[in-house]
Design a protein around this ligand. Structure first.
Ligand SMILES: NC(=O)c1ccc[n+]([C@@H]2O[C@H](COP(=O)([O-])OP(=O)(O)OC[C@H]3O[C@@H](n4cnc5c(N)ncnc54)[C@H](O)[C@@H]3O)[C@@H](O)[C@H]2O)c1
Length: 363
């Protein structure tokens, strides 16, 4: 099992370990019992993850003597809302959860974001642990303490920064992950390569088939690399005042495309399209050379992610949704652009005409 520490404010309890390995569930239970003692635990998961893993996880946590209950809610982004939060909070109250209770989020980004959010507000804050089961969860959403739920106005509009006490990423979970969900995670891994690690980008170029067949040694290397990149950025900029914005590479347009499709385009697909668009804008503005743009486009396609925006999407609709993005500042939407692979920067604003041209080109 590999381990790394996210070093945050030394005065608070917010530093924590990320542990990564293959088939580590039993050891995870022992570590929780030893290092994360609580009077009462509640594991929260969605019904899809629950149907595969809840029994095994609950058994291993009970075997080490934990007093633990389980709450499940319906899987999917459509559950990431205030009604589900209130429903779960009601169940926590019925189970007698109080400030001595530790929540355990078992699932993908939806479970993690929502459990983190509940933990941050339930009785003014209780601790929680992340056990991510999707590739997105393992390389991205479980680390860094961003919690959120969606509102009818848009995604992730209600949330907090609230760090977990620990993150445990077991690669065994990835074996049951549907292809589409795996590809969503691939988009984030490619993003880390583009913004921070040209070596990892090349490794992906050379080994995409093995990665796609879920070779556990390669995945271990990739997940560990991505966690290291994300943790180093979060350590410097926990609350997204500057450097952490680089993690939004491809996400600004990606979220707008996702929303314009009424979420028929998944997060990873949106990010893939957003990354190609951001790279193309960088190329058109002469920051990035054409050969590097082509490498970015090619790797995204090789990963099984889309390179074309559906024709029935209007550029105006996508651009109007950019204005809702909460990452805008002083009315300027900050795009992350590239000078080269491994060298991103935040651009002060791109005019709508250029964005619109690139969207039209990508249809
Ligand atoms: N907090 C952050 O920093 C951050 C970062 C990125 C994304 N996110 C959020 O994460 C969410 C997306 O996360 P996601 O892609 O993990 O989605 P998800 O949690 O909805 O999981 C995707 C689907 O896969 C199923 N699933 C999960 N693990 C499985 C497994 N091991 N085997 C079989 N099925 C499994 C789930 O039941 C669900 O149906 C979005 O809401 C996004 O906003 C948050």
């Amino acid at each position: 099992m590999r381990s790394m520490k996210v070093n945050l404010d030394k005065k608070s309890l917010s530093s924590y370990e990320i542990r990564i390995g293959y088939k580590i569930i039993d050891r995870v239970a022992l570590i929780i019992a030893k290092n994360h003692k609580a009077g009462h635990y509640v594991m929260i998961t969605d019904n899809s993850v629950g149907s595969i893993y809840a029994k095994q996880m609950m058994d291993s946590l009970k075997d080490v003597g934990l007093n633990i209950n389980l709450i499940e809610f319906p899987a999917g982004e459509s559950s990431k809302n205030i009604n589900t939060v209130l429903d779960i909070v009601g169940k926590l109250l019925e189970l007698g959860a109080d400030r001595s209770t530790m929540l355990i989020a078992l699932g993908g980004g939806v479970v993690g974001d929502m459990v983190g959010f509940i933990a941050s507000i339930y009785m003014r804050g209780i601790p929680y642990i992340q056990i991510p089961t999707t590739l997105i969860g393992q390389v991205d959403s479980s680390i860094g303490g961003k919690t959120a739920i969606d509102l009818p106005y848009g995604k992730n509009l209600l949330g907090t920064f609230y760090q977990p006490r620990a993150v445990f990423a077991d690669l065994i979970f990835l074996e049951t992950l549907p292809e589409k969900e795996f590809n969503n995670g691939m988009a984030e891994i490619i993003k880390y390569g583009i913004i921070d690690d040209e070596k990892m980008f090349s490794l992906l170029e050379d080994n995409m088939d093995a990665v796609k067949s879920r070779d556990s040694a390669l995945l271990l290397k990739l997940v560990e690399n991505c966690c290291r990149i994300k943790k180093s950025i979060v350590e410097i900029d926990e609350k997204e005042q500057g450097l952490r914005r680089l993690l939004n590479f491809g996400h600004t347009l990606g979220h707008a495309i996702e929303a314009a499709s009424k979420y028929t385009i998944s997060h990873g697909e949106g990010v893939a399209l957003g990354m190609i668009a951001a790279a193309r804008i960088s190329e058109k503005k002469k920051y990035l050379d054409t050969a590097q743009f082509k490498r970015i486009e090619e790797i995204i396609l090789k990963a099984g992610l889309p390179g074309k925006i559906p024709c029935d999407f209007s550029a105006d609709d996508i651009i109007s949704r950019l204005a809702m993005d909460k990452k805008k500042k002083d009315d300027i939407i900050h795009f992350v652009l590239l000078k080269k692979i491994g060298m991103p920067f935040v651009n002060g604003g791109i005019d709508d005409k250029l964005i619109s041209d690139v969207i039209e080109e990508m249809k």
